[in-house]
Design a binder for this molecule. Sequence first.
Ligand code: ADP
Ligand code: MG
Length: 317
Amino acid sequence: MIFLTKKKRIVIALGGNALGNTLPEQMEAVKTTAKAIVDLIEEGFEVIVSHGNGPQVGMINNAMTALSKSDPKQPNVPLSVCVAMSQAYIGYDLQNALREEMYNRNIFDIPVATMITQVRVDENDPAFQNPTKPIGQFMTLEEAKRVEEEYGYVVREDAGRGYRRMVASPKPAEIIEIGAIRTLVDSGQLVIACGGGGIPVIRQGNHLKGAGAVIDKDFASELLAEELDADVLIILTAVEKAAVNFGKPDQKWLDEITVAEAEKYIAEGHFAAGSMLPKVQAAVRFASSKKGRTALITLLEKASDGINGRTGTRITL
Ligand code: ADP
Ligand code: MG
């Protein structure tokens, strides 16, 4: 009798340290990142990759702003287009490194593809009433006034350092390209999707309008994992585990916690907004979404140890 065991499907969300902060850093970092991902493929897991884009979209946005400043014929490039550019740029580096790493290990039958991914957000999302994410260069008061008038940007003074554009971070509501992603994944391809949280779009009838917003990659990765019916969501970041009393003398690293425990720690304020909080919230959401689903938060270098139960913070129902 032949037993066919289905491969475990894991969505891996890569944090900033998997990609570095500059172009040369990224070219180096993706080699290590590719090794960690291909290790998991060799262990028999089906892997889908998503990633952040903070430094990269910042670089592209600044470059595009400089272009439109130096050449009046070049209009301002919307943030949604900058996110699309960052997905393509990061996808290229990852595709290149993953393909090479697989060839080095004599794996020739797994194509790698990046899906440029639009993610719909709700225009009534309360986040739009309260933009919290600073992006792009610092501006003078005159520049700030001009972009407010010309582009309708929300600009705020940032800790005495000048003025900065603030954008909303709405929740992902729908992955537009999910059908294409699923088809590729089901046919055994290694897919990179939802980069930078996805290109935020708002539905206007049949038209999807790019939104000047940033979707948190931890939440977008969680939605991707649910939509692909993944078994595990791994959030790879700069710490091996999440902690309570982080940075305090009584700090305690968390190993195995339930959704209820995680929710209690969230309510007690143990996880910093904008860094560990969205990860734990995404982990809770995934683990609660269906019985048997596990979320794991750990270091890139510990991905394999983590999935095999040796380290990381594991969250289950
Ligand atoms: P990424 O680029 O992977 O999303 P972030 O910097 O956004 O990384 O989030 C990870 C960081 O969260 C860690 O490096 C750590 O400094 C910080 N952090 C905040 N609160 C906690 C906590 N309670 N436990 C562990 N890390 C925490
Ligand atoms: Mg982050």
